[in-house]
Ligand binder design. Sequence first.
Ligand SMILES: [Ca+2]
Ligand SMILES: [Ca+2]
Ligand SMILES: [Ca+2]
Length: 299
Amino acid sequence: MKQKILVFVWVVMTLPAFTQSRAVSSVSARSFVTGTVYEDLNRNGRQDRKEKGIAGVAVSNGTDVSLTDASGQYRLPAGDDFIAFVVKPSGYQTALDGFNLPQSYYLHKPAGSPDSFYKGVNPTGALPASVDFALYKYDEPEAFTALLFGDTQPYNEQEMEYLERGIIAEAQNIGGVSFGITLGDLVGDRLDLHLPYKQAIKQTGIPWYNVMGNHDMNYDAGEDRLSDESFEASFGPNNYAFNYGKAHFIVLDDILYPHPLTGKGYWGGLRDDQLAFVMNDLSFVPREPDSHFNAHPAD
Ligand SMILES: [Ca+2]
Ligand SMILES: [Ca+2]
Ligand SMILES: [Ca+2]
């Protein structure tokens, strides 16, 4: 049986791919994140006594990927700035937040994001002893319909209203859609519009995934891994994966900012830790897949 793999990246199409080395956070002896992926039968967000762990589910720290053991437990290296997330397996749903966005991650940034023009992540404090992920069983069809938006990119409140009235109002009437994805440039540089964007997208009434574009970046960041702090605060990881039916989706932020050679502007490419994530993630995806790379050209 074939499995499809879809990769959603925000790609600078006109420029060659470029990889940038980055020292992945060093891992001290005690720096591990562990937890359980479990079936949340009563959907209360906690693992109750009769709720069993789910084996063989991929969990990542953004670079490494590990499968849960027979009791649903995983263990991964933990740095001082990472996002743990579960790769949603087929046949299960993750919890959704109030905006219909998957609650499949845990942000670990004890000191919070550095100061920036648009706010990043608040301090998250110490890593919990157990970072658990709830899943609900769900009957997913092999053939399904997903709604893809590209460059929603409102630059102001009025354009946000156009998005709601012109696009989302129409999308609300499309039946039988399993989920949606926006392929980058959720907003047009105004990162304070990420919240109204989420409120608008919520009106579609379906689970929604988001790809980061270059108009979703913190332009005052001095290094690439800090250019996504506001995105992380609003949407969680900008590099992640999930399964639906027989399809495997990979979502990547493929903008290097600042430009790795000139320091001005941005360039299309991936850091080494992102490539490592892709390799690690794919190592658990059955062979002979149909691959789907979803990209967003930068403009
Ligand atoms: Ca429960
Ligand atoms: Ca970051
Ligand atoms: Ca980036």
